[in-house]
Design a protein around this ligand. Sequence first.
Ligand code: SF4
Length: 81
Amino acid sequence: MTKVKTQSLHKRDSDLAKSNTQLEILSNGIFKSGELPTFKEKIAETSQFPLKAKQLEILQINVGYMCNQVCEHCHVDAGPR
Ligand code: SF4
């Protein structure tokens, strides 16, 4: 089967589909060097830690990985396959 870009990372056997790989990249990349603040540090910097919602505006429920699209930015690596 051809591994085209319109498939999920998991379907393309990409290492980026593995949560351990994702965590390692995030832990040892730009956040480790201090180049960028972590999310927690940024929230603390703005005196909003612990983060609490002021009001409910959007409720999104992901019930699985099946989706009819394959957006490259997908945070759950969803797709039709
Ligand atoms: S970003 Fe949303 S629409 Fe796009 S593939 Fe992921 S779940 Fe589907």
